[in-house]
Design a protein around this ligand. Structure first.
Ligand code: SAM
Length: 276
């Protein structure tokens, strides 16, 4: 199989794709784990594996995302199923989960993940905060079905609701979301892999705020006073939304992702004013 691996690597490299993906394609084609593949490399490919490997390569060269071919990604240490049309969880969103876990939440917090997709954020938070009551909304039927399947496979209890934004929930301690946030104009320059994800999960109007802005305003009624709103946004629009919330009396900060880009909005609904 060494010859086959080298040939796959060469084709990927020539197409400007990472050579390392050849290991994933060959593991998938042979049904072997990467470790077993390494041990089996000196042997001939199992029957049918070579044809499967070339067919997978052709799909990948057509920029079909590797994660959809594999059917699974790791997110915050959890294996999550992914399917074409439902957003592949991104590493930046693990940063959003880490920010959520660092908040001074009550012992049994009520948490909502808006636009849950595969369930990534809700499931990661529930896995680390077992006492939390975790809800998740999405407007996309396919995403919700996949999120429910992921929750079941992981044995994590999250209440999924087919509803826009906060789904009418109240008294929450944390509203977290990685909403669609790309400006429409980005479509033209987007990497071809994005065409296989759901545009509803990616694009949000001219400025990229068509979901995040109404969500932030709705969060004011969904959060208890002093509750937190945590959003992942594009560097171009995160400051604008932070400013909108400050004007409404919120504390709001912009934080950077690991690549140093302004990425997260951490905001706190003003506590109730003392009476008298
Ligand atoms: C960027 S994806 C995030 C998916 C997942 N949270 C993640 O980080 O991997 C945005 C998700 O929001 C959903 N969505 C779009 N508009 C929405 C709305 N108005 N209310 C709730 N969900 C929405 C999309 O269907 C999609 O699943």
């Amino acid at each position: 199989m060494i010859r086959l691996l080298r040939a796959l690597q060469a084709r990927l490299k020539a197409a400007g794709l990472p050579e390392g993906e050849a290991w994933d394609l060959l593991a998938l084609a042979t049904g072997l784990s990467r470790k077993d593949l390494l041990l089996s490399l000196p042997k001939p490919a199992p029957p049918g594996a070579e044809e499967r490997a070339w067919a997978l390569l052709e799909k990948r060269l057509a920029r079909y995302p590797l994660q959809y071919l594999l059917g699974e990604v790791e997110f915050f240490g959890l294996p999550l199923r992914v399917e074409e049309g439902v957003l592949i969880p991104r590493p930046e969103t693990e940063g959003l989960v880490a920010l959520g876990l660092a908040l001074p939440l009550p012992p049994r917090p009520r948490v909502l993940d808006v636009g849950t997709g595969t369930g990534a954020i809700a499931l990661a938070l529930k896995s680390r905060l077992p006492e939390a009551e975790v809800y998740a909304t999405d407007v996309d039927e396919k995403a919700l079905r996949l999120a429910e399947e992921n929750a079941k496979r992981l044995g994590l209890k999250v209440r999924f609701l087919k509803a826009p934004l906060t789904g009418g929930l109240r008294g929450l301690d944390l509203v977290v979301a990685n909403p669609p946030y790309l400006p429409e104009a980005y479509r033209e320059a987007a990497p071809p892999e994005l065409a296989y994800e759901n545009p509803l999960a990616l694009y949000a109007g001219e400025e990229g705020l068509a979901v995040a802005q109404p969500l932030a305003l709705e969060a004011e009624g969904a959060l208890r006073p002093g509750g937190f709103l945590l959003l992942e946004l594009a560097p171009e629009n995160v400051h604008r939304l932070a400013e909108t919330l400050r004007e409404r009396g919120w504390e709001a900060e912009v934080l950077r992702d690991l690549a140093g880009r302004d990425r997260y909005l951490r905001a706190r609904r003003p506590p109730e004013e003392a009476e008298g």
